[in-house]
Design a protein around this ligand. Structure first.
Ligand SMILES: Cc1cc2nc3c(=O)[nH]c(=O)nc-3n(C[C@H](O)[C@H](O)[C@H](O)COP(=O)(O)OP(=O)(O)OC[C@H]3O[C@@H](n4cnc5c(N)ncnc54)[C@H](O)[C@@H]3O)c2cc1C
Length: 372
């Protein structure tokens, strides 16, 4: 699109998570008139770490925000998979893209603060919970709780796994329970019983349980994450320290000790869901990005990274295509084949044996319907 057309383009982004913030940054760099509407009154992220992959880091360099991210993250060389008791299974360098581009490990809270911190003042409007989205062809109208309405040439639905935009315009299917729980906490390296020796991500695999240690050197901390098969599909289940200790039975004694020492008030506990692939991500004036479009399980560590790549691809398409309509089709054609595959691979996190142990005779997704 011509830069004069882009400058006249009024864009409303729903959701100020990684996808929404990144899309807002990328599209405002094109000169578009961007506003972001977020339901929360205050942005808060889960206490946990994630790895930002080279393609994500490349986008940050392109957008001129690499330094803001580098300040609050540590580069990492490789990840390692070990048995529950610490025997190495495999060790692999993170896929690289050129000399400069490493995977960076970051705290989720620092990541969203850094992304929102590079947006122009006044672009993000907190306390705006989207209730309805109406597609009028050449524009779309958002109505928020309280009755405020906003009309835009392009609405970007970046409102996460329970997306209202997706649900009202693209798919009425509910999220799918994966049959697993995630228990996540960030602790001091001093409390890690000597298990953090460098900047690399380690995953310990036991039967039906995985433990991730993701160092956050710049904070003197490590993200300690347990993922375990569990039939309880309540989104925020009640889980006790004893439950956690049962989950990590048989792991390296030091991992058990870390678990025993956890302050349960700081542990984020949730059942893990994804969505089935959505056939169409856009109309002529509304488009989905991030989890709203393709929420995936975390076994490949690609959900947030995909949201950033979506934002970059959407901006590329707006710049490269002849019209908004063409741009949205190009964006979907570029990204959907990639995320369809990631969604499918990410569902292969466990062996048949492990699944049969917890869900005898049935697949986890069929084992329980979503419950709030
Ligand atoms: C256990 C676990 C571990 C993970 N580990 C990794 C990892 O290692 N690497 C990785 O890349 N990804 C990981 N992910 C995935 C990652 O967290 C998500 O893919 C990512 O958060 C998606 O970003 P998003 O911006 O699309 O959605 P979200 O982060 O969910 O943001 C959506 C935003 O929209 C807002 N919103 C929702 N509804 C409305 C509404 N009606 N009106 C206005 N605003 C609204 C929300 O408040 C939120 O701020 C993990 C996920 C889980 C569950």
């Amino acid at each position: 699109m011509q830069s004069s057309d882009l400058k006249n383009l009024k864009i409303a982004v729903v959701g100020a998570g990684y996808g929404g913030a990144a899309a807002a940054k990328a599209m405002s760099l094109l000169g578009a008139d961007v506003n972001v509407y977020e339901q929360a009154n205050q942005i808060r992220e889960v206490g946990a770490g994630i790895g930002l992959r080279p393609a994500t880091i490349d986008r940050f360099r392109q957008w001129g925000i690499f330094d803001a991210i580098a300040k609050v993250s540590s580069p990492s060389e490789y990840f390692e998979i070990l048995t529950a008791t610490g025997e190495p299974i495999m060790k692999e360098a993170w896929p690289a893209a050129g000399d400069q581009t490493h995977t960076h490990l970051i705290h989720r809270g620092d990541f969203i603060d850094a992304l929102l911190g590079v947006l122009p003042e006044g672009m993000v409007h907190l306390g705006h919970k989207l209730q309805t989205v109406e597609d009028k062809g050449d524009s779309a109208v958002l109505t928020f709780a309280g009755g405020k309405t906003v009309e835009a040439d392009l609405v970007v639905g970046a409102d996460g796994i329970k997306s209202v935009v997706r649900h009202q315009l693209f798919s009425d299917k509910s999220p799918v329970f994966s049959g697993e729980h995630a228990y996540r906490a960030v602790i001091s390296v001093d409390d890690a019983h000597g298990m953090v020796v460098d900047d690399n991500l380690r995953m310990y695999i036991g039967k039906g349980t995985k433990i991730y240690l993701l160092p956050l050197r710049h904070r003197g901390q490590v993200s300690f994450d347990i993922t375990a098969l569990c039939p309880d599909s309540i989104w925020t289940p009640q889980v006790t320290k004893d439950d956690l200790l049962t989950t990590v039975e048989g792991f390296d004694e030091r991992l058990v000790s870390i678990t025993r020492d956890l302050d349960m008030d700081t542990v984020n506990i949730r059942a893990v869901y994804d969505i089935d692939p959505v056939d169409t991500w856009h109309t002529d004036s509304v488009v989905l990005v991030g989890d709203a479009a393709h929420s995936m399980l975390h076994h490949q560590g690609q959900g947030a990274n995909s949201a950033i790549e979506d934002a970059g691809a959407l901006a590329d398409a707006l710049r490269g295509a002849g019209s908004l309509k063409e741009a949205l089709a190009l964006y979907q054609a570029t990204r959907k084949p990639v995320t369809d595959k990631l969604q499918a691979i990410s569902r292969q996190g466990w062996t048949e044996d492990e699944i049969n142990d917890v869900f005898p005779g049935q697949k986890p997704a069929a084992a329980a319907a979503p419950k709030e």
